[in-house]
Ligand binder design. Structure first.
Ligand code: FUC
Length: 811
């Protein structure tokens, strides 16, 4: 934190906001800076659907702000509110069945192998626990009428939402909200010109929400923004769920408490609490289960929330004490002081990256209208906004000390969210963290490191129980209890590489930051993950090398009625990286040389990647690709080697790159939100900027992006936001194989632009500018004396950073 940021005045804040809009001349010419230019989401009507509401978060507490007129809806989340309690799903019968499942796979009896695995090897229970919700805090206003000059917005430069309008009496009304990390509360401020703010505060408890209406459902549905505006929309009153209670526990407060849901056979073990405290210059009373605010000019609403979760085996926390302490402490500060602390915490993180990809008329339009046209028009401002929004979402959903971002980050309105809003670790959780380091937010990876540390403990039990192996492993999913047994069914769950992939993500985090303390923290995790494979890899009976079995190529069926198989390409690629990274890490920490030698020998015996008859990169050890039932399957698992890994790349392995391109062409450009984002990253990594750009347009268009810019799988899943942001950065800057590539996949649609603050592997910060498709500035920052190999078009240069830690590439 800079000394300056500790003392941000309102003027500082405004100038910081303005400074973020890079091209000031364009801003001046087109004015509506009030609409935030390309650093804000804004709308001319309130949110009807959840996917139109604006997310706020401090990593732990999440709030969706609807900006409604007759009744404000604040949908609340706390990142430890999951169903169930501490549990293990390891199946004691699994190990006995393992040799037979392997034998059946080796003999091509895939269906029989699947049936046996289904009966004997899967987790008990077969599903994991789900992320939950605290329900809604509702503010029902007195005498609301259709407003005038309505606008609601989320300013990414401040992480504050505002709703402004003129009420029936011609008075301006203003609401601001943010979620403070330093004060651990949701803060909403309501202001009016005269003392006529009157509303009731009520709670609608957690409920199971079906994904609303045809507008937002369906894999291929067209997602259109609402055509009508319901100014007076209110939520139906509902009784509180069983076990939930609401009471006033002090002047101007309500305390809401309850129990989490049970999950499958696992009993509910958590309690939760949240407390609302209202500070106002009007009258505040408590009656009939509601707080009544009347005759106020200004109101500050503080909300703290917590559960009894301490860690994955301890649920003895006291959420009531915690929320009382947090709301009471926050109430001692003025609203301005809370806001200053929030900005001083948030802005130094957000402001490290600035981006300008060009401008157009759409810059001035409301965000929902931009999305509507984004697949068919060029809107570079929206692409820049998409990157900054992902950075915003990262800061809001994953901060040191919080839980890692799950399938929906931290935002979820249902007790039964899609896929439990868990951690799917066969792509989705890893994708969540792809943009963190390159976007200057390496600090946000900390929760993922902790997740892996905890998973390595439960995963060691699974490794022992199911495979009689040393080390640790995890299958394709986990939850807050760090469950590691295979779930859902063998076709999805019986995949042994979830833990290994996570380790590779953590090593990549080290590669970006080169933080000297990290290898010692990561080595035990990586060594444990490696040990598991030393004990479980088997010889391919046809002599092609070492392979996994049983396994699958994530969620894709081969031609023989199952996905179960031996030695899919992705496993070999992930394990190859895992071993190589473990060796590198072990060398840094001075670990056991003999063990590292053993890893090296095993690494070299892993079955290599193969090119099939159709010229494609083989997804499986056998050449099955052309016979697989879903040719355009959303997963592109065997392209892991191209991105996020660099085992297959345009510099060293041109034949395999051609095969990967062939595969990707067959898979098609459009998939689920995250599937589309992965394709974008892949084409960018292969240097195909215009192709990547076409995919980006689809991703930010109305079929894969909701009005609030949340990614649409559909339904909402946050991985597409993060993967899409990683793809945008990959088009501008790449770092792999020891080289830094400048503008390696610049599309013709972004001829002139500028980006500052991106990170490259090796602990470099890079600022770039280009004009008419050609690089004009490339500035590298790092440690004095550090050298970097730069590639721009056909130029290759080695630069040494000067005494001030910078160097420029001259072109
Ligand atoms: C994997 C994907 C699905 C979805 C789910 C959460 O199973 O195949 O598309 O993203 O994770």
């Amino acid at each position: 934190m800079t000394p300056r940021s500790k003392h941000l005045s309102r003027r500082d804040m405004l100038s910081a906001t303005a400074a973020l809009a890079l091209s000031s001349s364009v801003v001046a010419a087109k004015t509506p800076v009030k609409n935030g230019y390309n650093n804000a989401l804004w709308y001319k009507q309130p949110a009807r659907f959840w996917e139109e509401a604006l997310p706020l978060g401090n990593g732990r507490l999440g709030a969706m702000i609807f900006g409604r007129v007759a009744q404000e809806r604040i949908q609340l989340n706390e990142d430890t509110l999951w169903s169930g309690g501490p549990y293990s799903a390891d199946n004691p019968e699994a190990y006995a069945a393992l040799p037979e499942v392997r034998r059946l796979i080796a003999e091509g009896e895939y269906k029989a192998a699947t049936d046996l695995a289904s009966q004997k090897m899967m987790g008990r229970p077969l599903s994991q626990m789900a992320y939950g919700t605290l329900g809604d805090v509702l503010l029902t206003f007195e005498g609301a009428v259709k407003p005038e000059q309505y606008e609601r917005r989320l300013d990414l430069a401040t992480a504050i939402t505002t709703t402004t309008y003129s009420n029936g009496k011609g008075h301006k009304v203003r609401r601001e909200a943010f979620v403070s990390s330093p004060d651990q509360v949701v803060v909403m401020r309501l202001e009016a010109k005269s003392p006529d703010i009157g509303f009731d505060v009520t709670w609608r408890g957690p409920r199971s929400v079906q994904i609303p209406g045809p507008v937002y459902a369906g894999h291929d549905a067209k997602l259109t923004p609402p055509v009508t505006t319901d100014w007076m929309m209110t939520e139906p009153a509902e009784p509180l769920p069983e076990g939930a209670a609401l009471a006033s526990d002090g002047v101007g407060t309500i305390l809401c408490t309850g129990r989490n849901e049970k999950g499958d056979t696992i009993p509910a073990a958590l309690t939760y609490a949240f407390r609302v405290k209202v500070l106002s210059d009007g009258q505040v009373t408590f009656q009939d289960g509601r707080l009544r605010v009347r005759g106020a000019k200004t109101v500050t609403l503080l909300i703290a929330a917590a559960t009894s979760f301490v860690n994955d085996h301890d649920v003895s926390g006291d959420p009531v004490a915690r929320v009382r302490q947090q709301t009471d402490a926050a109430a001692l500060k003025s609203y301005e002081a809370l806001k200053r602390a929030h900005l001083a915490d948030y802005q130094p993180l957000f402001q490290t990256v600035r981006i300008d990809l060009g401008h157009g008329a759409a810059d001035l339009e409301p965000t929902d209208q931009r999305v509507q046209k984004a697949a068919t028009t060029d809107d570079p401002g929206l692409h820049a906004l998409y990157l900054q929004y992902a950075r915003y979402l990262m800061i809001a959903s994953s901060r040191p000390g919080t839980q890692a971002a799950n399938l929906q980050g931290i935002w979820n309105e249902s007790t039964t969210p899609p896929w439990g809003s868990k951690y799917t670790i066969n792509i989705n959780t890893e994708m969540n963290y792809w943009p963190a380091d390159p976007a200057g937010l390496g600090v946000c990876v900390e929760p993922l490191i902790r997740l892996v540390e905890e998973l390595a403990v439960t995963g060691a039990k699974t490794a022992r129980a199911m495979y009689n192996a040393r080390g640790w492993m995890a299958h394709h999913n986990t939850d807050i209890w760090r469950a590691s047994a295979p779930i859902d069914g063998p076709m999805w769950g019986l995949w042994p590489c979830g833990g290994a992939w996570l380790c590779n993500s953590l090593w990549d985090h080290y590669d970006y930051s080169r933080e000297s303390a990290l290898p010692a923290r990561l080595y035990p995790l990586m060594k444990g993950a490696s040990l598991f494979f030393l004990d479980t890899l088997i010889e391919d009976p046809k002599g092609r090398g070492l392979i996994t079995s049983p396994s699958l190529s994530p969620e894709n069926q081969h031609p023989f009625g199952s996905s179960l198989c031996a030695g899919p390409a992705m496993d070999r690629q992930i394990i190859r990286d895992l071993f190589a990274h473990t060796i590198a890490c072990g060398q840094l920490t001075g670990e056991d040389g003999g063990f590292l030698d053993q890893l090296k020998q095993t690494h070299d015996r892993l079955a290599p990647d193969r090119i099939g008859q159709a010229g494609q990169l083989q997804e499986w050890l056998e050449d099955w690709d052309t016979g697989a039932p879903e040719q355009q399957h959303r997963h592109v698992s065997h392209l892991y080697a191209v991105y996020p890994s660099d085992q297959i790349n345009v510099r060293d392995t041109p034949d395999l790159i051609r095969a990967a391109q062939k595969t990707l062409a067959v898979r098609g450009d459009m998939a689920t939100g995250w599937g589309t984002a992965w394709r974008l990253c892949l084409w960018a990594r292969m240097g195909e900027g215009d192709h990547a750009y076409r995919i980006l347009k689809d991703l930010v268009g109305p079929q894969r992006t909701y009005p609030n810019l949340f990614d649409a799988h559909p339904p909402f899943q946050i991985d597409g936001n993060f993967g899409g942001a990683a793809g945008i950065m990959e088009m501008l800057l790449q770092s792999w194989g020891g080289d830094i590539r400048v503008l390696p996949a610049l599309p013709s649609a972004w001829p002139t632009g500028e980006v500052r603050g991106l990170k490259a592997r090796g602990a470099f910060t890079v600022d770039l500018a280009w004009r008419d498709g050609a690089l004009t500035t490339c500035m590298l920052k790092g440690t004095p004396g550090q050298t970097a190999r730069l590639i721009y078009r056909d130029q290759k240069k080695t630069l040494t950073l000067g005494p001030d830690g910078t160097a420029r590439l001259t072109v």
